[in-house]
Design a binder for this molecule. Structure first.
Ligand SMILES: C[S@@+](CC[C@H](N)C(=O)[O-])C[C@H]1O[C@@H](n2cnc3c(N)ncnc32)[C@H](O)[C@@H]1O
Length: 202
């Protein structure tokens, strides 16, 4: 589901960029390490701050990134124009039908997009499919606890059925073959879950 105008304004600004770069990325790095020289996918890349972070902070060699919203992809393309096509591939795409081969990425990053996907379990299945065995899934997600708040329900558009708590999200990853163990944290009274899982071998 695309963002409404209010959420777009909340996402596409320097405060959100600072939270992503100075709070979420260091926490993800502490939990899961860097991806030096790796081939990385970002799902729901928004206006491109995640891609910059994956290159600069995590040390990826090559990044593929997509978003459901062509307007977001256009913004990301303009922000990320310095990266040559050998290093960066950007496209419009859907996390429930990822147009990438099986077992083709060392890591996948999800900065707060799966709670926007009605059939979020299918998105997890797709992420697992494109990860190499042993590949890492870095995630930061918004839980049902947040989505049920008055402010979220009043001002933002999200799927309302079948949302997840932090622990339910992690349990689904484990069920689908992405091992998280204790490598996750719930933050802000359970509004967010952030962690790293690793695809188990077949
Ligand atoms: C809350 S924003 C987060 C954007 C960016 N990752 C960030 O952290 O600033 C969620 C993003 O997911 C995208 N999105 C929603 N559903 C999607 C789907 N099924 N596949 C890919 N992207 C999707 C939206 O267009 C939006 O850019």
């Amino acid at each position: 589901m695309k963002l409404n105008r209010i959420e777009k304004a909340l996402m596409n600004n320097l405060v959100r960029a600072a939270v992503q770069q100075c709070y979420e990325a260091p926490l993800l790095e502490r939990l899961g390490g860097r991806v030096d020289g790796g081939r990385v996918l970002e799902v729901g890349c928004g206006w491109g701050i995640g891609v910059e972070t994956i290159f600069r902070r995590f040390g990826a060699a090559k990044v593929h990134a997509f978003d459901l919203d062509p307007d977001m992809v256009a913004k990301a393309r303009s922000r990320l124009a310095v990266y040559p096509p050998e290093r960066l591939t950007l496209y419009v795409g859907d996390a429930t039908h990822i147009p990438e081969p099986d077992a083709s990425f060392d890591a996948v990053f999800d900065f707060a997009i799966i709670h926007h996907v009605p059939d979020w379990r299918v998105a997890i299945a797709e992420i697992r499919r494109v990860l190499k065995p042993g590949g890492r899934f870095f995630f930061e997600e918004v839980t049902r606890h947040a989505l049920e708040r008055w402010s979220y329900k009043t001002f933002l558009d999200h799927p309302t059925e079948d949302r997840f708590s932090g622990r339910e999200f992690v349990a689904e990853l484990e069920r689908q073959g992405i091992a998280v163990g204790g490598t996750f944290e719930e933050r802000f009274f359970g509004d967010f879950v952030i962690g790293v899982g690793r695809r188990k071998d077949n």
